[in-house]
Design a protein around this ligand. Structure first.
Ligand code: MG
Length: 353
């Protein structure tokens, strides 16, 4: 396996480090206002800027696998290009499916693109599904750590600051997904992601709080047998699985220490304290434009919360309001989804308590 190309939006320093480590054929900066450092030019790697060269390279016939690991709906155009070109797509960008799941899955079926989830819960479901036929599956159970405010009441959550929300008990992740995890909007996004990825009805999806983050999700089959995927929390495992499926090889991910005692708790979620979960089920049920509206509203609400001009519970209030008031369409086109996305962002920016 060889890294053919690497792309980043603005993180030039990180990209340069990775380019010097992996020596890819090409590297791309997505953002037009960030320049390529002169020290990076002239070496083995060719540098490009903007989305058009990125799309051309994603579609290049020599590329077999595309890893989509952007944050937010901004990842959708690149995911679409990879699916449209029939690639194997290792998908870490859950928002692509949340926003445009129906279109992406339909196109993947047409082009033969193989979508393998990197999101740890969905990787777990994908792995569990290997032990039975799809038509023998009764339900998918997504695990959630519960985030830093597990067990808190709505009242207590009024006082949550960005600093508090950014301290996740078991996973070290970027700021956006860490806040999503604290509101449990991340699980709402994952309910919608699972709905499209595995073609599930909402009643075939359940959520359980599992504070130890050792079981990454479960699948219940028709005979009542429940298969789970268990491993220490370490994203290197689902990334490796998506790249090497169906092979399993020794890798760098942390291993289970069987000399230690492990306690596994599985607790039903508190939907009153975390209303975001209900919104996830609602958007999964209605489908259409709901995912696009929910996701865009959430992206802006999280930005505003991190900037200090929104309370923690207001994140979910905004999302609920915008979801309820958006112009719903059950079978939207891609351009309609982008229009809903823009509209929801504007509304969420303006929204006042
Ligand atoms: Mg996840």
């Amino acid at each position: 396996m060889r890294v053919a190309g690497l792309a980043a939006h603005k993180s030039v320093e990180r990209l340069c480090q990775q380019v010097s480590e992996f020596q890819p054929d090409w590297a791309i900066i997505g953002c037009d206002s960030v320049s390529v450092p002169s020290s990076a030019v002239g070496r083995r790697t060719r540098w490009y800027q903007g989305f058009d060269p990125l799309e051309a390279l994603i579609r290049d016939s020599q590329i077999s696998t595309v890893v989509c690991a952007m944050v937010g709906a901004a990842g959708l155009p690149a995911t679409w290009a990879a699916v449209d070109a029939g690639k194997r797509v290792a998908l870490a960008n859950k928002e692509s499916l949340v926003v445009a799941g129906s279109l992406i899955m339909k196109r993947a079926a047409e082009t033969g693109a193989c979508l393998i989830p990197v999101d740890s819960e969905h990787s777990a479901v994908f792995q569990c599904l290997q032990s039975g036929r799809r038509d023998q599956m009764r339900r998918v159970i997504l695990t959630a750590s519960g985030g830093p405010f597990r067990g808190w009441t709505r009242q207590q959550m009024l006082s949550v600051t960005p600093e508090m929300a950014l301290k996740h008990p078991t996973w070290s992740m970027g700021p956006k997904i860490t806040v999503d995890s604290a509101t449990m909007m991340n699980k709402a996004l994952e309910i919608i992601e699972a709905r499209w990825l595995f073609n599930l009805r909402p009643e075939e999806i359940a959520v359980t709080i599992h504070p130890q983050s050792l079981i990454h999700s479960l699948v219940e089959f028709a005979d009542g047998s429940v298969i789970s995927q268990f491993s220490p929390p370490d994203m290197r495992l689902p990334i490796q699985y998506a790249l090497l499926f169906p092979d399993r090889l020794p890798g760098p991910a942390r291993q289970t220490d069987w000399t230690q005692r492990h306690t596994l708790e599985l607790i039903p979620p508190d939907l009153d304290a975390f209303p975001a979960l209900r919104l996830g089920f609602e958007a999964a049920e209605k489908g259409g434009t709901c995912g696009a509206a929910l996701n865009a509203a959430n992206e802006i609400a999280v930005e505003r919360f991190l900037a200090g001009n929104l309370s923690f519970p207001s994140i979910t209030h905004i999302v609920q309001d915008i979801l309820n008031h958006h112009k719903f369409d059950a079978q939207p086109s891609m351009s309609q989804l982008f229009a809903i996305d823009r509209w929801a962002r504007e509304e969420a920016s303006r929204w006042k308590l």
